[in-house]
Design a protein around this ligand. Structure first.
Ligand code: EPU
Length: 443
């Protein structure tokens, strides 16, 4: 299997590139389609491995789909199975979101512990508490690794629930559960990410009755969802744009990103301006370009609308090229610095430190930092550093894009191993980079 890139670094990337559809919407609307009783079609769905893995999982449940030219049709009428098999479940992190359509259809759901990117413990305890509030019984069988979920007497009822701490996919699962539940559900302390609003828009375009009320979401349950007949076009990927922007800035290049919008990238754009990077906001996209020597800055990741956790790994490479000492404080996931050891192989000067702020509202549960993880919450990067070539391993999706950027910045030939992990979330990244002048070959 071709699972590596050979990269010739040291060249400025220039040109125009279009954003793909959002991975974290594509996966959710495909699952939401199982709440319908007719086929549903979506546009702008990225051809990425996470989507094709999910489609193969859905097929194992009896759901048919066709996927051509970024248009995806899901036909849920053949859904006959309430059990996600271990193999498919282990490859698809969002498989636990199937609780909603399976419970609605069968009153039972058997789903293995989620797989996906290893960026911390990533428990789903908040999701489970939320499901229980709908009257669902969930039992975890540690001998098989399966969650067994069952509705009370085959009836789901609307709920009033407050998440102890916000969760992005937990909020989306609550929406999918409540949409077809009789009565009004009110879910409080929900996540604010725009991907959630895209899911809400899709459901509302099909007769759903869902609205945000401050930090809560109110859902008036409906009997059935009715597809409008017009393919639903999902939003562009908010995490791809900063990755591409860093490709431009770190290689001293100039890239126009078609489809990027200011409103989705506000804090990223502000950070780029702070370090002296060039930004030009146009009607159809945003240009990021190297203008003058970059300077160091401090970043703290936050849930939306803050500086997004998915952006910090690519940002770290950029900071190796900035003058001075930069810091990155990760507050959303407790273990998302898997790329640091890789960047150090190329000569990057990065060290861990424990931040002083004690009033930070970490999104992970602090119990997860036991076992010596707490000191992994922040890194200090010294720059600028002339990176040299090396052999790099991809640890998770965003870390994968990060080492690829580093390889393109570094002088000489590098090897990036494990690129199928990058293919999970970035559509034809090698082709896009090739069009921008990058020299890389899949081997
Ligand atoms: N958490 C718990 N218990 C729970 C749920 C969450 O402890 O029951 C913790 C998590 O471990 C994490 C924090 O709470 O430390 C926040 O997690 P959240 O549930 O909000 O994140 P997620 O739903 O697992 C989604 C995206 C991520 C993105 C985050 C933040 C999907 C499939 N994943 O993750 O995307 O970083 O929200 O916006 O939508 C990526 O695309 O690379 C990616 C990781």
């Amino acid at each position: 299997m071709e699972d590596a890139f050979i990269v010739q670094g040291g060249k400025a990337l220039k040109g125009e590139v279009s954003l793909s559809g959002a991975k974290n919407v594509a996966l959710k609307v495909a699952i939401a389609a199982l709440l319908f009783d007719t086929p549903v079609t979506f546009k702008n769905i990225p051809h990425i491995k996470d989507v094709t893995e999910l489609l193969s999982l859905l097929e194992s449940l009896g759901v048919k789909s066709t996927f051509n030219n970024n248009e995806l049709m899901i036909d849920p009428t053949g859904l006959t199975n309430d059990k996600v098999d271990l193999l498919h479940g282990s490859k698809t992190r969002v498989s636990f979101m199937l609780f909603a359509p399976l419970l609605h259809r069968f009153g039972t759901a058997l789903i293995p512990n989620p797989g996906g990117c290893r960026i911390g413990a990533r428990p789903i305890d908040r999701h489970i508490k939320m499901l229980e509030s709908f009257g669902v019984t969930v039992v975890y069988d540690s001998s098989t690794g399966y969650y067994h979920a069952k509705t009370n007497g085959n009836k789901l009822m609307g709920t009033n629930f407050r998440f102890e701490k916000p969760t992005h996919t937990g909020t989306e699962l609550a929406i999918l559960m409540a949409t077809l539940c009789p009565g009004i559900s009110r879910i409080e302390n929900v996540a604010q990410e725009p991907e959630i609003d895209d899911l809400i828009n899709f459901l509302n375009s099909s007769g759903g009755q869902i609205k945000r009320v401050g930090h809560a979401i109110e859902i008036n349950g409906v009997d059935r969802l009715k597809y409008s007949g017009a393919p639903y076009q999902i939003m562009n990927d908010r995490s791809e744009a900063p990755t591409l922007a860093v490709f431009a800035l770190a290689t001293k290049g100039d890239i126009f990103i078609k489809g990027a919008t200011e409103k989705d990238l506000h804090f990223f754009i502000e950070a780029v301006r702070n370090i002296g990077g060039g930004v030009e906001i146009g009607e159809t996209g945003i240009r990021f370009y190297y203008d003058k020597p970059l300077v160091a800055t401090d970043i703290t990741t936050r849930p939306h609308p803050g500086f997004m956790t998915d952006w910090q790994a690519p940002w770290a490479v950029l900071m190796t090229q900035a003058k001075g000492e930069s810091t990155i404080h990760e507050t959303v996931f407790e273990d998302r610095f898997g790329y640091v050891a890789e960047l150090k192989k190329l000569g990057a000067r990065i060290e861990y430190f424990t931040p002083e702020q004690s009033n930070i509202d970490y999104q992970f549960s602090m119990d997860d930092t036991i076992n010596n993880k707490a000191h992994h919450q922040a890194i200090r990067i010294s720059g600028p550093t002339l990176l040299h070539n090396g052999v790099l391993e991809v640890k998770d999706l965003r870390a994968g894009a990060t080492v690829l950027i580093a390889a393109l910045v570094a002088q000489g030939e590098s090897v990036v191993n494990g690129v199928s992990i990058i293919d999970r979330g970035y559509e034809t990244i090698d082709k896009k980079l090739g069009l921008l002048g990058a020299e890389l070959k899949r081997v």
